[in-house]
Every structure is written in structure tokens, then in C-alpha cells.
Write a protein that binds this ligand. Structure first.
Ligand SMILES: Cc1ncc(COP(=O)(O)O)c(C=O)c1O
Length: 459
């Protein structure tokens, strides 16, 4: 008994020394990194050696909310899959719009309206470039990924026959399940589900079995929001094309994908790619569906109202060309301005560097969590981006999240709007830590320490 107590005591002390050493190493590493950054910037080596250091401390200065305290503790924000924080540049763009540019778009001959219209259309062009779409008219602004998927579910299913099939996957967010169910109920369509394996990866081997003559739409997430698993959508669509031809519509729910992976819609060969701007450091209430021009041209409108018409008469209405046909009513122009500022901001930092940094954070977080006693990490072997889901043996994720919040750590708990995934693993929910370009190793270190304290408190 005494020996066991002594052993436990020594282990605890050893752990504390280990943590302190690691933390000091991080601080030293941070200092070295800053010196390297300074030297490389001053000397112009950066361009010669093609190494760019992301100055995370400087980047964090751009995000005012990261300086907040929560429950008296410095905020560690690890709920980025739900929404990301916004940089000053985005907040300033919205502020500037309302102070100097506010007018309705596309409708006025006056200067202010033209300024607002130019701004709106310029951002459409920026989104087009960001996703490598062919033309900016392929970009339709929506309220977010949810509205984009509802738009597609409603309009694309109008031209398919009763009994035709829609294939989605088991790991979809409810936004990529329910709109299809609503359309299927309305039009007598069948929903087929591509299962995931116990690592949360799509069962690519079952595509052959599930795809057939009746398949008309395939819609899958680029990155799963509940597990963070990166799906090989290109491989899925290549299979779809080989087996079912060009007539099947291929859709990507990119709400999580566009934040953590470079998106090239031409390379992916998808017909439509949807995302929400608020997960990409831009404002809430604005999103995008990028679709092939020739497909938009033959699609019926989603909503009726101003802007989407060519001619209105009581005998009938003719519709505007895409993208305007799908943008009924006054759009969220200020939020579009914010989206433009967010894309500029990301470009300044560099997507490659951002994703490389996020990969380092993901690896470190997974290693630390996997080595924490009692913690089970889901999809541990799968390729992941942005989010890490876990549970603590014997504890409800809600309790874990609530106590972490008291320590200033914001994570998400629950089913993450992906109940079929929870049913697959036979669990009520998970705790999910999700990362962004401003997440630091130090934050992960503090988060895991806080988690260890929670485990001790609830044990
Ligand atoms: C994969 C995925 N799809 C769709 C959505 C819905 O996004 P929004 O609520 O912004 O429309 C989310 C939001 O978390 C998501 O993660």
C-alpha cells in the first residue's frame, strides 16, 4: 500500500516536471520562431529559402475576441467548427460599409448604389478565384450552407422521377440529410446511405453496390463536422461518373472543408460546392453555392421576389439569368463585404501555411488526448482536419464541457447535428475540440491539463 502511494506520488511529480519542461520548450520555440521570422523578414531570406513562419502571436492580435476572459480565465476558444472568430479587417469592412457604402444593390442608378453593387460583385469574383470556379456567375450567395443545400434539394429534385435515388453518407450534418428527406417525401424519391466504418471513414468499397441506374444525386461532406474526417470526395465523384455517367448531380457540403483544405471545384469535378462564410472568419448570415454555369442555367428558381426576375406580368413571369435567379430579395451586402475582407486576410497569411499549422495542432492535440488516461479519441486513424471528437470513460460529454468552460476552455459537446454518427458509435454525443489558424500548441497544452483536472474532479 505504502509502496503504491509512493509510486503514485513520484509519478505525479515526474508528470509535473515533464509538463513544465514541455511548456518551457514551447516558450523557447516561440522565441526562436519569432527571431527567425524577424531575421527572415529583415534579410529577405524568406523568399530565398521559401520558408514562411506564421507569426501566430501577431495573428492573434488581429482577433479582438481572443483577448476576452471567460469565467475570469483567458479564453481558449476550441469551438471553431461551430463558428470562427472574426479578424479586425472583417469587422472593419462591415463597419465601413454601413458608414460609407450602404445602399441597395443592382437597383439604383445613383452613385452609392453603384458603389455597393461594385463591391458585391467584386466579392463574387474573389469567391470564384478562391474556389477556382470558372466564372463568377457560378457563385450564388445564400444565407449559409444550410440554405444552399435546401436550395439544391428543392430545385434539383423537381426534374427527377418518382423512385429515383439520392445518395448521402452516414456522417452528414443534418443540413445535408433533412433537406433531401423533405424533397424525397414531396416527390417520392429514395434516400440511400453510404455507411462509415468504425474510424468514421466512408465505406468507399460499398459505392459499387449503392450506385445504380436510379441514382440521380450524390451529396457528401468534404470534411465531417462531428469527427473531423476528411472525405475523398474526388474519389467518390470519379466512381459516380464511371458508374452512372455525367447526368448524376454531385454536391459537396463544404461547410468544414473550405476552412481547412484548398478547394478547387474544377479539380474535384463536383457540380455544386456549398459553404457558410461564418466558419471561414467571415460574418454570419452569408454563404455560397458554387455551381457549374450550364447547370444553373437550366434550373428553376428557389425563391420568388425582387432581383430574380426578368419580366413580371399577371399572365406569368420570366426569370433572370444565374446567379441572380437564385438571389431573390435584398442580399446581405455588408456581410458579403465582410466575406471579401476575410478572403483577402486569408490570402495575406497564405492558405498553405495556415493548413500546415493546423495539421501540427491536430497532431499534437490527438497525441496529447490519446495519451490521457480514460480518453477515447474517435476516428483516431482517419485523415482529419479541424475537429477532434473524444469522450472520457464514464463521464457525460456535457459535464466535461461545462467544467472546462469554468476553466475558460470553450469546446462543443453533444451530437453536433450529426445524430446518425452518434448512433453508429452508440453514444449520446462527444466532446469536440476544433481548431483554427490562431490556435496555439500552448492552448492545446492548457486544454488537456484542464481536462485532466476535470477527470480527477469527476472521478
Ligand atoms: C458539415 C456541415 N454542414 C452544414 C452545416 C450547416 O452550416 P450553417 O448552420 O452555417 O448553415 C454545418 C455547420 O456546422 C456543418 O458543419
Amino acid at each position: 500500500m505504502l509502496r503504491r502511494l509512493a509510486k503514485g506520488f513520484i509519478t505525479e511529480i515526474a508528470k509535473k516536471i515533464y509538463r513544465k519542461t514541455i511548456f518551457r520548450l514551447f516558450s523557447d520555440f516561440e522565441k526562436i520562431r519569432r527571431v527567425c521570422l524577424f531575421v527572415s523578414l529583415q534579410s529577405g531570406w524568406k523568399n530565398c529559402i521559401k520558408v514562411k513562419f506564421m507569426d501566430i502571436s501577431a495573428i492573434r492580435e488581429d482577433f479582438p475576441l481572443l483577448k476576452e476572459k471567460v469565467n475570469g480565465k483567458p479564453l481558449i476558444y476550441l469551438d471553431n467548427a461551430a463558428t470562427t472568430q472574426k479578424p479586425d479587417k472583417v469587422i472593419a469592412a462591415i463597419d465601413y460599409y454601413y458608414r460609407h457604402q450602404n445602399a441597395n444593390v443592382h437597383r439604383g442608378v445613383h452613385t452609392l448604389s453603384q458603389t455597393a453593387t461594385d463591391l458585391f460583385e467584386t466579392v463574387r469574383g474573389k469567391v470564384c478565384k478562391f474556389m477556382n470556379a470558372r466564372e463568377s456567375c457560378e457563385i450564388v450567395f445564400t444565407r449559409g450552407a444550410t440554405e444552399g443545400l435546401n436550395l439544391l434539394a428543392e430545385t434539383l429534385t423537381q426534374s427527377i422521377k418518382t423512385g429515383d435515388e439520392i445518395l448521402i453518407s452516414e456522417s452528414e450534418h443534418h443540413s445535408n440529410i433533412v433537406p433531401w428527406q423533405l424533397a424525397a417525401q414531396k416527390r417520392g424519391l429514395v434516400i440511400k446511405v453510404l455507411p462509415i466504418d468504425d474510424e468514421g471513414m466512408l465505406r468507399y468499397d460499398m459505392l459499387d453496390e449503392l450506385l445504380g441506374e436510379k441514382t440521380k444525386i450524390v451529396s457528401v461532406a468534404h470534411v465531417s463536422n462531428s469527427l473531423g474526417v476528411v472525405n475523398d470526395v474526388k474519389a467518390v465523384f470519379s466512381k459516380v461518373r464511371n458508374k452512372c455517367g455525367k447526368e448524376v448531380r454531385t454536391i459537396v457540403d463544404g461547410a468544414q472543408g473550405i476552412v481547412h483544405r484548398k478547394v478547387d471545384v474544377q479539380d474535384m469535378d463536383c457540380d455544386f460546392y456549398c459553404f457558410s462564410a461564418h466558419k471561414l472568419y467571415a460574418p454570419m448570415g452569408i454563404g455560397v453555392v458554387c455551381g457549374k454555369q450550364e447547370l444553373w442555367e437550366n434550373m428553376p428558381p428557389y425563391q420568388g421576389g425582387g432581383e430574380m426576375i426578368k419580366d413580371v406580368d399577371f399572365s406569368g413571369t420570366t426569370f433572370n439569368v444565374p446567379p441572380y435567379r437564385f438571389e431573390a430579395g435584398t442580399p446581405a451586402v455588408a456581410d458579403v463585404a465582410g466575406l471579401g475582407a476575410a478572403l483577402d486576410y486569408l490570402e495575406t497569411i497564405g492558405l498553405d501555411d495556415i493548413f500546415a499549422h493546423e495539421n501540427v495542432i491536430m497532431e499534437y492535440a490527438q497525441e496529447r488526448l490519446s495519451n490521457t488516461k480514460g480518453v477515447k479519441v474517435y476516428a483516431a486513424k482517419a485523415p482529419k482536419a479541424g475537429s477532434l471528437s473524444f469522450n472520457v470513460e464514464g463521464l457525460h460529454p456535457f459535464d466535461v464541457g461545462t467544467l472546462l468552460d469554468q476553466m475558460g476552455v470553450a469546446i462543443r459537446t453533444g451530437h453536433h447535428c450529426a445524430q446518425p454518427v452518434m448512433k453508429h458509435f452508440d453514444i449520446p454525443g462527444t466532446a469536440r475540440a476544433s481548431f483554427a489558424l490562431y490556435t496555439t500548441k500552448e492552448e492545446i497544452y492548457t486544454f488537456v491539463n484542464a481536462l485532466e483536472r476535470v477527470i480527477k474532479m469527476l472521478a
